[in-house]
Design a protein around this ligand. Sequence first.
Ligand SMILES: Nc1ncnc2c1ncn2[C@@H]1O[C@H](COP(=O)(O)OP(=O)(O)OP(=O)(O)O)[C@@H](O)[C@H]1O
Ligand SMILES: [Mg+2]
Length: 296
Amino acid sequence: MENIVTTQDELYKATLGFVDNIKNPAAKEVIQYRQAMYWGLTEMQKNGIITTNLLVGIMQRLRSTTENIRQNPGTKLANPANHAVVYTPPEGEGIIREKLAALEKFMNDDSYSALDPLIKMALIHYQFEAIHPFSDGNGRAGRILNVLYLVNKNLIGLPILYLSYYIIQNKADYYRLLKEVTEKQKWNEWVTYIVKGVGETADMTLKKISAILLLKASSEDLLKQALKSSYSKELVDLLFSFPYIKVKVLEEHNIAKRQTASEYLKKIAGVGLLTPLKIGTETYYINHQLMSLLSK
Ligand SMILES: Nc1ncnc2c1ncn2[C@@H]1O[C@H](COP(=O)(O)OP(=O)(O)OP(=O)(O)O)[C@@H](O)[C@H]1O
Ligand SMILES: [Mg+2]
């Protein structure tokens, strides 16, 4: 589960393109998760469907591996507390691929069943986890699949619904309900759990977006004061795209040349919108109010 505490500093530096320099394992995992998700989104949008290969590609990026479908026999899911086996997934690449092909058909062919996409997503997630096609990364890949599926069905435009948060907060129920579907066919409880999660997460996400938009609007006023006629909408957008920013980013986005860009950032820091932070020889400017909203 990606309930890992990341060094925010490293994460936000990564948004500036230092992905290869990230040493902190937790930050690295978050960055790989993000890369895998966006790769999956782009691939999915090329032909509009979710395929086995797409899922394999996501897992490979999550884990930085070239591994494919699980090969080794003897995979068993155990209760981490007492190591008791709770589930034995299907074995053999041929069988796993057959099951994934059936899942593919279920995901992409809606004439097949007239279920609400949210209910289908719950069924798909269970089925993917039960197939457990990989030697590792099935949980993470399955959670990315959830959000990609919602994009695929046009329920959301961007993969910003962070459903994993709910699953992580309700992890014991998550494990119990997966198990109860297998053992007692308790589909109703499972679907209810997932749909409730979508509701709570959507609520939380909307609140967060509103708070960010509000902050952006009030920042625009301050920015106009600081920059007068040099103010531009592009610059505000940039300050809200990069929680950490530096002169070079302004240059790269054609806001201004080096010297001028540096003056802009100093002026913006002067009105308290950004906080300068020197790391090595580089000065970063941090949108600390945005960061505090993002990490709440
Ligand atoms: N009884 C069960 N039946 C089916 N799937 C299960 C069951 N218990 C757990 N799982 C799934 O297996 C996942 C863990 O598998 P794996 O270690 O391959 O994934 P991961 O991405 O590395 O781990 P995590 O989900 O903890 O981040 C869980 O997240 C869950 O989705
Ligand atoms: Mg694992």
